[in-house]
Design a protein around this ligand. Sequence first.
Ligand code: AMP
Ligand code: MG
Length: 474
Amino acid sequence: MTPFKPENIHSALGGDFFDEVQPARFPQQILRFRNQKWAEKVGLAGLDDAHWLRRFAGFEPFHGSLNVPLALRYHGHQFRNYNPDLGDGRGFLYAQMRDDSGRLLDFGTKGSGTTPWSRSGDGRLTLKGGVREVLATQLLEAQGVNTSKSFSLVETGESLVRGDEPSPTRAAVLVRLNHSHIRIGTFQRFAALDQPENIEKLLDHAIKFYVPKANGALVEAEGALLENRVGSFLRTVGQSLACLVAQWMAAGFVHGVLNTDNINITGESFDYGPWRFVPTYAPDFTAAYFDHSGLYAFGRQPSAVGWNFTRLAECFVNLVPISVLNDALESYSENLQPELARAVLERLGLQSNGFLSDISLANAWFKALFDSQVPFERAFFDFYANNEQRINDSPYAARYVSESFAPLRAVLKDFAPHADANLNHAYFTGDGPCTVLIEEVEALWNPIAQRDDWSSFEAKLAHIAQMSDAYQRG
Ligand code: AMP
Ligand code: MG
């Protein structure tokens, strides 16, 4: 069994980066979700529920990790307007540790009380918001998206008033497992405050702890010229962000709030508020009711994240020549197409057929989904491993022989299934794909709200787990 491997690394950055805070004390602690799979990976699988609650609702410190929770400081562009009045307003960094592969992970919270950054907020999270984040992260992980994990959800017995939920509404505290909580907005804050020495400190910290060691260029760059470090760092971030956006597009996911304070420099997706999955391929589909202009619509996510990435590069304008930044910025755009092709192939369980052929497949795939308006996840389910029989047996078989699918079928015939694609898995022999569309979220929330009946939520999590197993997510 993996032992818990605590770390206390973020504190060493110093007081310019965070504020020490106290967690809220809650009237009740009712465990609603514990992520046993990830508890195993970080060595906490053996905690009994009472001990779990002392940590993930009581926030008793882990020996060897942070002594006190840290509310992190950051700024950010929200819907393109710069907001210097941000920071962890209802969460904090609770603890750090290594997982079974040696990656540095954080426990971050949401709904754990007020901080110096709460402004007029109550520092709380609604239970429904917590349930939604659990569902989004579990499904995204099953779909192969680089996402934060929901580690724990505890109902707290408080009641909250919110404009976007029937109120009063129930409250919860969520603990996430993140690979870094360093946001684009963390860098932006030091640029806005004109603190170049802190930008450099954060840069070196990010390189040291969050850059895959496989990236030789970066390992060499440690201690190298500042412009080399900045260039290598930005190129790695650009590539990770391109990969993330590609994975969202291939998952049919709309994050909803792509502000720079919600973009992690590791390219790990996190902070799920008004997210939605598209029912069918629709570029103008928006998730947030307050996104009136459709800035963060499904089809605009690649450009929105590209815009954010440019804001990150801008933080270094007074530190390195502009040509270094311009070169590094290309790492995002030049990786988008190949990453999209890779994400589509991966989701379809197909082997690569060469770069250009893969890109044609991805283009033909999305065009077919757009033209036909076949349910998004259904198409991935039916075309998994490119099996004629499966495609013909689908209730959508007639659509798959229609005009809108002809170009795709022509390209697809050259693609072979991935060696370990397992069509005999119970998920693939089942009735249909696992989805968490908005109607389904509402349908499983209603019994919870009305009679504290969690069975539909549990059933959905079980279906997601089955899907995750079918796609061999490990
Ligand atoms: P978000 O849109 O969730 O990324 O949050 C944007 C900012 O608002 C962050 O600084 C949050 O910590 C803060 N915030 C959101 N909701 C609350 C709340 N209920 N209480 C305090 N701060 C909040
Ligand atoms: Mg946020």
